[in-house]
Design a protein around this ligand. Structure first.
Ligand code: BES
Ligand code: MN
Ligand code: MN
Length: 456
């Protein structure tokens, strides 16, 4: 390992420059104007993987954005590690809230500032450079495959088909992913649970045109008023979701496991301060980490209709809309939850309006055991470089492809992430500390080392 560490040390600056080259390509998957940039990002990665030591690397088209695939398979008797990551990023808007342009990476006070600095370009690229370090020092202990996709931020719509079409190519013993967070820079953790997702859009329609709110107000059901009532009715005073059958398949976590989870450090005061709230609010009977980790939730992501411009316009809108997401936990299924929502939501309408519900996308949750060889290998790797055993945590976020990997390929994933909550992923001024970037590159070879050792 000494040789790999020296190699990383010697090439630190170049690794960062190469990451910056990737970040400069605005690969926003949600926006069709960036279609060319998506292609440029895949070519950049393919070329970098080849230069880093892959025997083979290619850009494979899908029904949506292409996938970058690369491999170095040296000996079929060795274990095979499949690295997954995503090169697509969230839109950078609102641009005026950034202190430096989102696609011009800049280091300030030890942190890289840019869209994708953490999620997931910074984290994914650590794997490419750790791979390079192992190849160039002749210390790669396993076969390696890379699958880097471009649709994660839009729910990976084409990836299920991609996986079932390429089962053989993707065959591996374990999938290693860095696209999650650690508890703190000095508190390593491994994510052992992700939430699923069902994302809905609703449209409430009233009169056939926007009306004068004086001439008609009080006599016509206002779709925005109706929508507000309907959304309010989706949760009760205990902050439980009212959709009939919603909790039927929720896996109740045992008291022992809850006690175990409660050992992970959590500072409510710091939590409140970091996001500027006075108090936490959520489902009765659960702590804040439980509310995001083991319980489902329902949130309005956006709501609009009527007049939202400057000043006042007296209008009773013809239509009102909302985007509503539900985060799910094992064993809730996104299709079923979407169906329950679509059946229930229109029944909440107060009359005088019609309701349309559309299911935009969804994905399933995930849990992995801490007793597996792969978890233990990741834990030993982190212990090696942080000097502390990592804590297993269930995250509230989603990575839809992880359950697809399990269902379609039959392979478990290890979520060894190096991000921090304060990196502000998806927000303006996303950042990633240089410390975490290099710590990740240094930790990854230890995973390969222990995995090979323990897998035998
Ligand atoms: N990397 C995140 C997910 C994440 C972040 C999980 C931190 C755990 C800790 C991923 O890129 C993401 O943003 N996922 C989306 C999925 C959605 C678009 C289907 C999410 O969770 O909203
Ligand atoms: Mn991500
Ligand atoms: Mn993301």
């Amino acid at each position: 390992m000494k040789k790999a560490v020296e190699y990383i040390e010697k090439n630190r600056e170049r690794f960062l420059e190469e990451l910056f080259g990737l970040i400069r390509i605005p690969s926003v998957s949600a926006d069709p104007v960036h279609k060319e940039d998506m292609l440029r990002a895949t070519e950049y990665l393919r070329d970098n993987l080849l230069a880093s030591g892959a025997d083979q690397a290619e850009v494979i088209p899908t029904e949506g954005h292409p996938v970058v695939y690369a491999e170095k398979v040296t000996d079929p008797s060795l274990p095979t590690v499949l690295i997954y990551g995503h090169y697509d990023v969230q839109p950078a808007e609102p641009l005026e809230l950034w202190d430096s342009p989102p696609f011009e990476p800049e280091v300030r006070e030890g942190k890289i500032y840019a869209r994708g600095a953490d999620d997931d370009k910074g984290q994914m690229f650590m794997h490419v450079k750790a791979f390079e370090a192992m190849v160039h020092t002749d210390t790669l202990p396993c076969n390696v495959k890379f699958m880097i996709e471009g649709e994660e931020e839009i729910g990976s719509p084409s990836l299920k088909k991609f996986c079932s079409d390429h089962k053989e190519m993707l065959a591996a013993d374990v999938i290693l992913i860095s696209d999650t967070t650690m508890l703190a820079p000095d508190i390593p953790s491994i994510t052992v649970g992700l939430r699923g997702l069902a994302y809905m859009e609703v449209e409430v329609t009233g009169p056939n045109r926007d009306l004068h709110s004086g001439l008609y107000g009080g006599a016509v059901m206002n779709p925005a008023n109706a929508l507000a009532k309907m959304i309010a009715a989706l949760t009760d005073e205990d902050h439980r979701i009212t959709i009939p059958g919603f909790y039927d398949d929720v896996l109740e976590v045992s008291e022992e496991e809850r006690a175990e989870m409660a050992k992970a450090p959590f500072d409510p005061e710091a939590f409140r301060r970091s996001i500027g709230i006075e108090r936490e609010v959520g489902e009765k009977g659960f702590t804040t980490p439980e509310r995001t980790g083991i319980r489902p939730s329902l949130d309005v992501n956006g709501i609009w209709g009527g007049y939202t411009g400057e000043g006042a316009k007296t209008v009773l809108p013809a239509k009102a809309y909302a985007k509503i997401s539900m985060r799910l936990v094992p064993h809730q299924r996104s299709e079923k939850i979407a169906k329950l929502f679509a059946e229930y939501f229109p029944t909440l309408a107060p009359g005088g309006v019609t309701v349309k519900v559309e299911y935009l996308h969804g994905g399933e949750g995930y849990v992995s055991p801490i007793t597996s060889v792969e978890y233990q290998a990741a834990a030993k790797a982190m212990e090696e470089t942080f000097g502390k055993k990592p804590i297993p945590v269930r995250s509230g976020g989603s990575i839809p492809i992880v359950s697809v990997f399990e269902d379609v390929l039959g392979i478990k994933s290890i979520l060894m992430g190096f991000g921090l909550d304060e990196d502000a992923i998806h927000s303006p001024n996303e950042s990633y500390p240089l410390f975490n970037f290099y710590k990740g590159i240094e930790t990854i070879p230890w995973f390969y080392h222990y995995y090979r050792e323990m897998k035998k």
